[in-house]
Design a protein around this ligand. Structure first.
Ligand SMILES: O=P(O)(O)OC[C@H]1O[C@](O)(CO)[C@@H](O)[C@@H]1O
Length: 250
């Protein structure tokens, strides 16, 4: 079932998303949470930090798995997703470093690290709540539009649209890595529940395509139609092309 929440603006979206994560952790202190990077969840992370500092939201028993990482960037590279997560969330809450998992950007044996990441998720008991953003081209994690879905963690070539969209975090587009390591569509779909966040007009088309009625690997997020527990948290701009899908009296 897909539940859709349309919030007034980015701030409300961030608060609602943080509330969902907090509820999960309060229900089960040792929850396994799948975190996402990109601009969209930044407000949610700020709100989670506030909840930790002011309301005692406790991450001590939480385990985290991030969706993806750029190939070639080390954990201390300022644009690595490890660094992003450390700065935006992990360094400011009481999650234990040994419970943090981000796919490595530097490795010798790609197959081995991908297999190991899947095994670590399984050993942790699977992901309870997976946070997702969405690319303008409908990607989730770094699962780009392709002719087929890739099931498990893998190395992928980034789409030009993605490299352009993410160039804003680097000093030039040339610096954006060409490859990434990402959880697969199957890894994401195994999560017990999924929270997808989208903000702004630039995401409206991708959000609309989730509801195409077809599951199409050229629109990776369309696979979410098959998941039993998905919640979309959108702001009004991101929801602007799906008004007919949203129940009235939201
Ligand atoms: O939130 P943003 O910055 O628009 O990014 C959207 C998506 O793109 C990625 O950053 C990957 O390009 C995802 O991690 C994210 O969900």
């Amino acid at each position: 079932m897909m539940q859709i929440n349309v919030m007034k603006d980015y701030q409300d979206l961030s608060r609602k998303a943080a509330d969902c994560v907090a509820q999960q952790i309060k229900r089960r202190a040792n929850s396994v949470i799948g975190f996402a990077t990109g601009g969209t969840p930044v407000g949610m992370y700020a709100e989670l930090i506030r909840m930790h500092q002011q309301e005692g939201l406790d991450f001590q028993q939480v385990t985290s798995f991030n969706l993806d990482e750029y190939v070639g960037l080390s954990t201390d590279h300022p644009q690595s997703y490890y660094h992003f997560m450390w700065e935006r969330l992990f360094s400011q809450i009481n999650i234990l470093p040994e419970n943090i998992h981000v796919p490595p950007g530097i490795f010798d044996d790609a197959e081995a690290v991908c297999r190991q990441y899947e095994a670590q998720i399984e050993q942790a008991g699977g992901i309870d709540l997976q946070i997702l953003g969405i690319g303008q081209n409908g990607h989730i994690g770094f699962n780009e539009p392709r002719d087929t879905f890739t099931v498990s963690t893998h190395i992928t070539e980034l789409a030009e649209k993605t490299r352009k969209a993410n160039a804003r975090f680097f000093s030039s587009e040339a610096e954006v890595p060409h490859r990434a390591i990402t959880m697969g569509i199957g890894s994401i779909m195994k999560a017990r529940s999924i929270l997808l966040l989208a903000s702004g007009r630039s995401k409206a088309e991708a959000v609309k395509q989730i509801f195409s009625g077809r599951v199409d690997p050229h629109i990776p997020a369309s696979v979410l139609q098959l998941h039993p527990h998905v919640m979309l948290i959108l702001d009004e701009e991101a929801a602007s092309l799906i008004v007919d899908q949203v129940p009235s009296g939201r």
